[in-house]
Design a protein. Structure first.
Length: 92
């Protein structure tokens, strides 16, 4: 499964956070992001693509808490492409 340390480190870089004060909260966002992605039917792997997807999703969740904005198209497209790719592999 995806490395928790790698995900947390990547998310902190993405958000520009250096302090460990938010680590517990950010880890909760990462866990939620993984669960929400898997709920869409995606099986996460250790790939760089899936690591990036989880980090982007969690970063959006972090920013969305204040702004209330919808999911960026970039993330929706990545989720759709990832899901379609996985389903096509299953169909063959």
């Amino acid at each position: 499964m995806l490395s928790s340390e790698l995900l947390l480190s990547g998310l902190k870089v993405n958000l520009g956070i250096t302090s460990p004060v938010y680590d517990e909260r950010l880890t909760a966002y990462l866990d939620s992001a993984k669960q929400m992605i898997e709920r869409e039917g995606i099986t996460l792997t250790d790939s760089a693509e899936d690591t990036t997807l989880v980090i982007q999703y969690a970063a959006w969740m972090w920013h969305e808490r204040d702004s209330g904005t919808g999911m960026p198209r970039m993330i929706r497209y990545a989720l759709n492409n990832r899901l379609f790719s996985e389903k096509m592999k299953d169909a063959t």
